[in-house]
Ligand binder design. Sequence first.
Ligand SMILES: NC(=O)c1ccc[n+]([C@@H]2O[C@H](COP(=O)([O-])OP(=O)(O)OC[C@H]3O[C@@H](n4cnc5c(N)ncnc54)[C@H](OP(=O)(O)O)[C@@H]3O)[C@@H](O)[C@H]2O)c1
Length: 307
Amino acid sequence: MNVAIVGGSGYTGGELLRLLIRHPKVEVTQVTSDSLAGKAVGRAHPNLRKVTDLTFTPHGDLEPCDLLFLAMPHGNSMGRMREFLGRAGKIIDLSADFRLKDPALYPEYYGLDHPQADLLPKAVYGLPEIHRDEIRDATIVAGPGCVAAAAILAVRPLAKAGLIDTERVVVDAKTGSSAAGADGGPASQHPERSGVMRLYAATGHRHTAEIEQEAWRVYRQAYGTDPFVRIVVEASGLYRLPEPKILAGTNFCDVGFALDEHAGRVVAVSALDNLMKGAAGNAVQCMNLVAGYPETMGLEFIGLHPV
Ligand SMILES: NC(=O)c1ccc[n+]([C@@H]2O[C@H](COP(=O)([O-])OP(=O)(O)OC[C@H]3O[C@@H](n4cnc5c(N)ncnc54)[C@H](OP(=O)(O)O)[C@@H]3O)[C@@H](O)[C@H]2O)c1
């Protein structure tokens, strides 16, 4: 299958390239960037030096292909989706432009009116663990946000099983600086921002055996056969609950939970690499579904430890 990437000089574009260049069923035909047009892709992504001869082409020179990944900042694909559909039969958009079904939410959350709102119903929310069958037949797949993916995968089994009061859900999400993109602005200029984040004690009380057993059951039912969601709840040891550091470069989302008997609260914990299961890896997983390839193809990296 011939695929192209629009916005390939950014962080998710780099991860898409890293995955797709080694994908056995895919040829990357074009990668676009205006700022680096004509330059080798290694200029933006030094890990790809001597791995590929691809050079960036200007955004305006996009040629037809089988499947197109859009990796541009929010607001750039919403007005151009018809144009992109004219270039490729299948689109996987990593931005927020086609994630929301209700057009009225775009001015509220993104400060923009959606210019092609009639296409929103065509787009499938690209989280395979929830919409696997719809993704297989989709023309437009809207990749979820990284925080949304982590939060949904952690909380959904509990909500579905009726084990929690959905009015009282609190999502406390932490993410690395790469989530802001290569052009993240002054707020991202923090050389020490990356590193370890470890949740030491989610609750201070003993677990309630039956509730814990019930929570295990719903997570197993929800993710037992999902290749990229692992349930991580250990009674002892260093890695008792999900941790992002060991997931770097992998397509796993680790989910776990702890129960606070006294507060009547379950603390659901999830971790993922925002550029992988939170963006490019998940997009390649969706591509595999769209194309009928094995879902895990090209996503086999199992991570490093110690890192
Ligand atoms: N970073 C994450 O962890 C993450 C996770 C999930 C989803 N996403 C979403 O994925 C998308 C890409 O994120 P990113 O982190 O890769 O961003 P990024 O590092 O800032 O890269 C943005 C890319 O878009 C291109 N671009 C900018 N304006 C454009 C325009 N008007 N037309 C065409 N291309 C344009 C840039 O190309 P030039 O070289 O020409 O400037 C660059 O290649 C965003 O919508 C983001 O919200 C990101």
